[in-house]
Write a protein that binds this ligand. Structure first.
Ligand code: ADP
Ligand code: MG
Length: 678
């Protein structure tokens, strides 16, 4: 036991941040805002909270640390609990959406930025905290940007901010890259603490596989596999980190790597005779956390580790021992698509600064190499200089409602670190108005105050609240839960097994008997929950058991939120006479009337939101190839490839949305904007 403790101690004392411990603690004590910057891996995320804990900050309130990514919050909390030798959830805990692992004892709390935003809603003075650390600010996630503005607004003026608090709050903003001047200026020219780090040179090589014409190419998976194997068979010892776009691409790449790595003849192929095997490890957001532990462990002697990761490995999580980078040049990003008027997850070229960050991962402990699969021309013509902050490229509907509920009425003049385009703010106001969350004068309605309590898409929340008012929340809670977790249905990828899975999924839809995809989700949820052996039920039906387990837990949590709100006296109630199927679909309509489409010709539908986009039903829908029998439908989301597909579809009758549709065109956004400016 003492050995583990010793080795831990040496390890953390070797981190660059360790020498600055005393000065850092003093700097945090010395001013309301502090910017801390240092190379990825210098120890900011794991060590600074521990230093502040040792310095006794916990006596005045919790030490809170936000992360833009939920996996990072969980993984880092695990690590720090281990270093502090306590059980996770006791002194050290984490909270992410739908997963709270904290207790009365928790004084070092890692959480997503979204969680802290929700806490501010309940307690604007953050009276439970002595210090709040916004981490990974360089990622410029939407919620972190909003938090920056809010904390600046609330705590810049010490007299005002200490009202609800016993002592002052300290705010630390941590960033890997050098936007520190801008951050410091934004926070009233606050001090900047730089942790000097050493980095080693990384040689970058461009490839031939992806050129300017391949911005939508999917051949990058094959290519990174090829390059990674080349590195493995021709480069000296040292681990490989491959940057890919998402879970399915990563799983595909790992499968290909397993297959090909098996046939390597190490006697002849590998130049460096000390390398005799390849350990392949995937790393992505929704991965089970117990599997993630392996990522950080050193491979056995003679074995080379190859981690295939999303952007999470660029700065959020530091993996030691990486000497080689294979960069696909792409990232999966949520972008507002003005063609369809919605946020869509897209694969896009990374920025040059992102590419440099990726390459830098190879130079932490010695000189490294970075293999880019794209050409120099792709770099010059397709990759932007910097990544556009999320606030400037995604829907602001949810955060604007949060701001309004916090009493920030002038959302145009809110202190944004980078101002979103005004039309995005107007679009958000319009959507909030359309779903009755704000009134014509931009004030939050009673419904809006209920809506903000749910960590869900506004349309889905609206449908849920409608159902609750009608006393049929049991129909909508499972649906909302199922739409909040990832990948319910298994897609094996292998053609034969895919056929089998498809067949099973069609049977599930038929068993639901509702002829709509929301109904299928409800039925799958209920059937699995009431089956004798849920995990084997899932296996038989090609359904992800892990995802369903999360859905069960999410449903319980949504139900708790709803119960809490229903205990308030002013919760609305309504009645309805009609059959259950109609009731269910009408509830959906009241949330999804912004996502209505009508069949125009053949299999083509036209959206009714003013964009008039031409859309098709996605093959994963049970209504696929039944288009001829459909007229009006609503849908949950959209996927764009060469076509625009709608997914999770439900047939409806025009009468059900007739009264709602005019609302989509009723209000002139400039009317809302003039209100927003007041
Ligand atoms: P920074 O936040 O400055 O990028 P971190 O505090 O995340 O740095 O990382 C410091 C060190 O701790 C790195 O060497 C990293 O590899 C190690 N580390 C972080 N998390 C884990 C973990 N879960 N298991 C093992 N080592 C970890
Ligand atoms: Mg960090």
């Amino acid at each position: 036991k003492s050995n583990a403790w010793d080795s831990k101690d040496n390890e953390s004392e070797n981190l660059p941040i360790y020498q600055h411990k005393a000065r850092l603690i003093r700097a945090v004590k010395g001013s309301t805002f502090l910017v801390v910057t240092g190379e990825t891996g210098s120890g900011k995320t794991t060590q600074l909270p521990q230093y502040l804990h040792q310095a006794g900050f916990w006596k005045d309130g919790k030490i809170g640390i936000t992360q833009p990514r939920r996996v990072a919050a969980i993984t880092v909390a695990q690590r720090v609990a281990q270093e502090m030798q306590c059980a996770l959830g006791r002194e050290v805990g984490y909270q992410v959406r739908f997963d709270d692992c904290t207790s009365q004892d928790t004084v070092v709390k890692y959480m997503t930025d979204g969680c802290l935003l929700r806490e501010i809603l309940a307690d604007p003075g953050l009276s439970q905290y002595s210090v709040v650390i916004l981490d990974e600010v360089h990622e410029r996630s939407l919620n972190t940007d909003i938090l920056l503005g809010l904390l600046k607004k609330t705590f810049s003026n010490p007299d005002k901010s200490t009202k609800s608090r016993s002592g002052p709050l300290r705010v630390v903003v941590m960033s890997a890259t050098l936007e520190t001047d801008k951050l410091s200026a934004f926070l009233g020219s606050c001090p900047v603490f730089t942790i000097p780090g050493r980095t080693f040179p990384v040689t970058c090589k461009f490839g031939f596989a992806v050129g300017p014409k391949d911005t939508e190419s999917s051949s990058y998976v094959k290519e990174v596999v090829k390059v990674a194997l080349d590195v493995h068979t021709s480069e000296k010892a040292g681990d490989i980190l491959v940057f890919l776009t998402g879970q399915s691409e990563i799983e595909r790449a790992c499968d290909m790597l397993y297959e090909k790595a098996e046939s390597i003849d190490y006697r002849y192929d590998v130049e460096d005779q000390t390398v005799e095997g390849l350990l392949i490890l995937p790393l992505y957001g929704s991965m089970p956390t117990d599997q993630q532990r392996q990522i950080f462990q050193a491979p056995p002697p003679g074995i080379r580790k190859c981690v295939v990761a999303t952007n999470i490995a660029a700065t959020s999580l530091t993996i030691n021992g990486i000497k080689y980078i294979v960069d696909s040049g792409f990232v999966k990003q949520l972008n507002h698509n003005s063609r369809v008027g919605m946020d869509i997850l897209e694969v896009v070229p990374i920025s040059k600064s992102e590419a440099q960050q990726r390459a830098g991962r190879a130079g932490r402990t010695s000189a490294g190499k970075c293999f880019r699969i794209y050409t120099k021309e792709f770099w010059e013509k397709c990759m932007p200089e910097y990544t556009v902050p999320e606030i400037q490229r995604t829907s602001l509907t949810a955060v604007i409602l949060t701001l309004k509920c916090l009493g920030v009425h002038d959302v145009i003049r809110f202190p944004y670190l980078d101002r979103p385009e005004e039309r995005f703010i107007l679009e958000a106001l319009k959507q909030l108005y359309q779903c009755d969350a704000i009134d014509r004068r931009g004030r939050v309605t009673p419904l809006g105050e209920l809506m903000v309590e749910f960590p869900l898409h506004p349309g889905l929340t609206r449908a849920l609240l409608k159902a609750a008012a009608l006393g049929c929340e049991d129909l909508l809670l499972p649906v909302a839960a199922m739409l909040s977790v990832e990948n319910i249905f298994i897609r094996p990828g292998h053609p034969e097994r895919q056929k089998e899975a498809d067949k099973r999924h069609r049977q599930l839809a038929a068993m639901a008997g509702s002829n709509n995809d929301f109904g299928t989700l409800l039925s799958v949820f209920q059937r699995c929950k009431t089956s004798e052996n849920p995990s084997s039920w899932c296996k038989d039906n090609w359904v992800h058991w892990r995802a369903l387990k999360s859905a069960f837990s999410v449903e319980t949590q949504l139900r708790e939120i709803l119960l809490r709100l229903q205990q308030k006296r002013d919760f609305p109630t309504e009645t309805f006479n009609g059959d259950k199927s109609e009731l269910f679909r009408r509830c959906l309509c009241s949330g999804y009337f912004t996502n209505v489409a009508r069949r125009s010709v053949g299999k083509v539908f036209c959206t009714m939101d003013g964009h008039g986009s031409m859309v098709h039903i996605h093959p994963s829908s049970s209504l696929f190839e039944q288009e001829a029998e459909l007229d009006w439908v609503i849908f949950h989301d959209v996927m764009v490839t060469s076509r625009v597909y709608i997914r999770t579809v439900c047939p409806i009758r025009y009468e059900w949305v007739k009264d709602l549709l005019p609302k989509l065109h009723e209000v002139d956004v400039y009317e809302l904007s003039s209100v927003a400016r007041q």
